[in-house]
Design a protein around this ligand. Structure first.
Ligand SMILES: [Zn+2]
Length: 259
């Protein structure tokens, strides 16, 4: 009887101890779990699983963004894969048209009356100084430039055409503020660097700013303007701006602080 009782007690007490150990193990497990959660050990494991889809979605968008800020340009100075904008670009009220800042195809302001008046006055004063000048090329519409450029491409190929002709939407002549000027009787020097070395060319270079014009693509500024020296191409910007640019021997890009 006694031994049976003892045996029964022993088994009862061992069950009791098993229960205590089990409860303690559960408590220890709980404490470990709480500590792990507090230290972010669970979330560290979970985070990558949550982030992977976000990263996969973000990456292609970043790659597809236009390379305008990086100014990734081709060998002819055009921004790669650039499409024409919906509006022309004005900076401080000044229209800028270049390989970096093209114009929409439907931007067709025509010859600007203020620029025309200033040009007429300039050519009249040039005549008084003994130089008969002709503004042989002024406003060109998008469509006209397109025809011009496509004919050049058909004749010489795109690479060659890009060197001397602007692509449609990129010609400053589309602004209606620009004139190509040469001397009457010396037509063989029109559109040549040599015109800039003639007396007429020098008069124009030194006086254009009094009428609000700048020599738009001066010598030694090819990297800034994107164009080779053009002794004949004058852009109307108004007397004040033209005088500042002339005195600083700078360019429209430098004046506006753009590249
Ligand atoms: Zn021109």
């Amino acid at each position: 009887m006694r031994s049976r009782k003892v045996k029964k007690t022993a088994s009862k007490s061992s069950l009791y101890w098993y229960a205590i150990i089990a409860v303690m193990l559960i408590l220890v497990a709980l404490i470990i779990a709480i500590v792990m959660q507090k230290n972010g050990l669970f979330s560290k494991v979970q985070q990558p699983i949550e982030q992977i889809p976000e990263v996969v979605i973000e990456q292609p968008i970043k790659e597809e963004q236009p390379a305008v800020p990086a100014h990734e340009v081709d060998e002819n100075g055009y921004i790669k894969n650039q499409t024409l904008p919906k509006e022309p670009t004005y900076i401080n009220g000044i229209l800028i048209a270049s390989k970096r800042y093209p114009m929409p195809a439907d931007f067709a302001p025509g010859e600007q009356p203020e620029a025309k008046e200033a040009k007429d006055k300039m050519l009249a004063d040039a005549k008084k100084a003994g130089f008969i000048l002709d503004a042989f090329s002024g406003y060109r519409s998008y469509d006209y430039q397109k025809t011009l450029y496509e004919n050049y491409v058909a004749r010489d190929g795109q690479d060659a055409a890009d060197r001397y002709s602007a692509r449609p939407g990129y010609s400053e002549h589309q602004t209606g503020l620009v004139y190509d000027i040469g001397e009457v009787g010396k037509e063989s020097l029109w559109l040549t660097e040599t015109f800039g070395e003639t007396e007429a060319g020098r008069w124009l270079r030194d006086h254009a700013h009094h009428y609000g014009f700048i020599m738009r693509y001066p010598q030694g500024k090819e990297d800034i303007t994107g164009y080779m020296y053009e002794s004949w191409h004058f852009r109307y910007v108004g007397v004040e701006v033209a005088t500042t640019i002339f005195e600083q021997q700078s360019t429209l890009e430098e004046y506006l602080g753009v590249q």
